[in-house]
Design a binder for this molecule. Structure first.
Ligand code: COA
Length: 153
């Protein structure tokens, strides 16, 4: 019986499982765990590492968790002020997203997000893979900025 290979898969590399060097760190005590997620093979890029756009989407979600407590309603991401990919993310890593409120303005809220990987074969050791700072704006039903409720939190 002949082996048939799908033309859709012949140009894709399998997930990259080579060990990644990286210094393990303590999780920051002043940040809050807002999301944990494990990337799957469908989230990988052509190199076999995790696609940066997938990481950015997760960071946008994770970053919104603390501001949502202040906004108490609709909000939108207005800016990604900083985004650094420090280390590659691999299929099977357990990713922890930790966040800290940096600033609450009149209508905007700025948050710092750190992403830490427990490697597939090295659980319990955290490698910082990404750091980002994002700003969210509380918006009304017309999509216009509205003041962040002062009574929140
Ligand atoms: C978010 C949005 C409603 C803001 O409207 P706007 O008219 O530009 O608002 P303003 O200029 O009054 O600014 C509102 C707040 O955002 C802050 N802000 C605006 N641009 C910013 C930037 N580039 N970086 C950081 N903060 C910013 C302002 O400083 C202000 O904060 P403050 O009220 O706490 O002082 C509007 O820009 C928008 O709808 N953007 C699209 C949002 C979106 O679709 N996000 C998802 C993208 S995939």
């Amino acid at each position: 019986m002949s082996h048939i290979t799908s033309p859709l898969t012949t140009h894709l590399r399998p997930p990259n499982t080579e060990p990644v060097q990286g210094e393990s760190v303590e999780l920051p005590a002043d940040h809050v765990l807002v999301l944990k997620v494990i990337p799957l093979p469908g989230d990988a890029n052509a190199n076999g590492d995790i696609f940066g756009g997938w990481v950015m989407a997760q960071v946008d979600l994770a970053g919104s968790v603390l501001p949502a407590r202040y906004a108490q309603g609709r909000m939108a991401t207005v800016a990604v002020n900083q985004f650094v990919f420090k280390q590659p993310v691999r299929v099977g890593d357990i990713l922890s997203f930790l966040a800290k409120m940096e600033r609450i303005g009149r209508t905007s809220m700025t948050v710092n997000v750190g992403v830490y990987a427990e490697r597939f074969n090295n659980q319990g050791r955290y490698i910082k893979v990404t750091e980002a700072q994002l700003t969210y704006v509380a918006i009304d039903d017309q999509g216009k900025p509205r003041p962040v409720p002062v009574s929140a939190m």
